[in-house]
Design a protein around this ligand. Structure first.
Ligand SMILES: Cc1ncc(COP(=O)(O)O)c(C=O)c1O
Length: 390
């Protein structure tokens, strides 16, 4: 089977945030959009067919989740992640960010502590601060170009009298780490000794580069009761606009608490199109995904080599997973005497490339940019050439 990831599909005028939202975010529509985390590739054909088939029935009424949603996820987790889950553990959810919020509401009372590990996807902060919980930060450590968890500092956060919940990003957006079994076992041990619930956001867990393996945190233990796993086909198959995700919650009391948090806002997402795409992706998307990862790995290597040869002030932090590259531009900033605002101006106004400034990911983000390589290689190459000539 072959898939055409080189095909450029114009998205202007589709109300895509990444494309049509450029002027609002960057102050100009004239940037190549390598920011919001979706991809400029056509989804697996099976998903399009499932959506067309559902659309052919002309009534789109209130719907329940079909069994196919549960069955397809159980089978995907077993086959791709070697984790046997039970149907009762699955709680469909309108998205992973809503799930972060629900977990914070369910497992930490107002004023209680929630641990996050910056630099990290920015809703991890707002889920805590926006709900009146206390943010406990355990910044990742950058050692020899490689990010690591600071386990000593994590232990200090966990012994904090108020600490209740840890929000884990696995794989980690934006630094691209795929945490190892050893790292996850250490983290789980700390959670167990200090009675923390762990919300493990594994939305990127299918986007793993050759030679790495994603370990589901909950699958590390025979008693996964304290772990809540958030997954979705949205990043995997490029359908985040459709919204549906799932929480996998082995512990009945924790499941109940999360259900209550969603019920409070009546925040279900019983959307017949989301369900159709969800099941079609998990049932029939494996070959597309494998081809996608081969393509992304080649793009990653291309960007890394291009920077090495042509952009000495920019270093790609080698990602182990995700289509998000974390560019270390600190040397460039030192050479040019730039602060973060000047660096952002350079990329937007001079290079005309729209990336996320590292500072939005919190502590440790200064001097970095996040580049989304989920686009045809010709687009990525144009972006790199623009940066080089600027
Ligand atoms: C780590 C992480 N979690 C969650 C999301 C978004 O999840 P959702 O669209 O299901 O709310 C993203 C999107 O970039 C992400 O990177």
């Amino acid at each position: 089977m072959s898939f055409d990831f080189d095909r450029v599909i114009p998205r202007d005028g589709t109300d895509s945030i990444k494309h049509d939202g450029r002027a609002g975010y960057f102050g100009t529509p004239d940037v190549l959009p390598l920011w919001v985390a979706d991809m400029d590739f056509a989804v697996p054909e099976a998903i399009t067919q499932a959506l067309l088939a559902r659309a052919a029935h002309p009534i789109y009424g209130y719907s329940r989740y079909p069994e196919a949603v549960f069955e397809s996820l159980i089978s995907w987790m077993g086959q791709r992640h070697d984790w046997r889950i039970e149907r009762d553990w699955i709680l469909p959810a309108p998205g992973v960010v809503p799930s972060l919020h629900a977990a914070v509401l369910a497992f930490a009372a107002a004023g209680e502590g929630v641990i996050v590990q910056p630099p990290v996807y920015y809703p991890f902060f707002s889920a805590v601060t926006g709900t009146g919980r206390q943010l406990l930060e355990n910044p990742l450590m950058l050692r020899d170009g490689h990010y690591q968890i600071d386990f000593e500092q994590l232990e200090s956060c966990a012994v904090h009298a108020n600490a209740r919940l840890l929000l884990l990003c696995s794989p980690h957006n934006p630094v691209g780490r795929v945490w190892t079994r050893e790292e996850l076992a250490r983290l789980l041990d700390i959670a167990e000794r200090h009675d923390l619930v762990v919300l493990s956001d594994e939305i990127h867990h299918d986007l793993i580069y050759p030679g790495r393996r994603h370990q589901v945190l909950a699958a590390l233990t025979d008693n996964p009761a304290r772990v809540v796993t958030a997954v979705a086909p949205s990043k995997t198959f490029n359908i985040p606009g459709l919204g549906l995700s799932a929480l996998i919650v082995p512990d009945p009391a924790r499941r109940e608490a999360l259900s209550k948090a969603f019920d409070l806002l009546h925040a279900g997402n019983y959307n017949p199109f989301s369900s159709a795409a969800f099941a079609a992706g998990y049932r029939n998307g494996a070959a597309w995904l494998d081809a996608l990862m081969t393509y992304l790995a080649e793009t990653r290597d291309f960007v890394t080599e291009f920077c090495r040869q042509n952009l000495p002030g920019i270093r790609v932090v080698e990602p182990e997973g995700t289509y998000l590259l974390w560019l270390d531009c600190r040397a460039l900033c030192v050479q040019r005497n730039w602060d973060d605002a000047a660096m952002k101006r350079f990329f937007v106004e001079k290079a005309r490339v729209g990336m996320n400034p590292g500072t939005v990911f919190g502590a440790g983000g200064s001097g970095f940019m996040r580049m989304n390589i989920g686009a045809p290689r010709s687009v990525i190459e144009t972006a790199l050439r623009r940066i080089a000539s600027a």
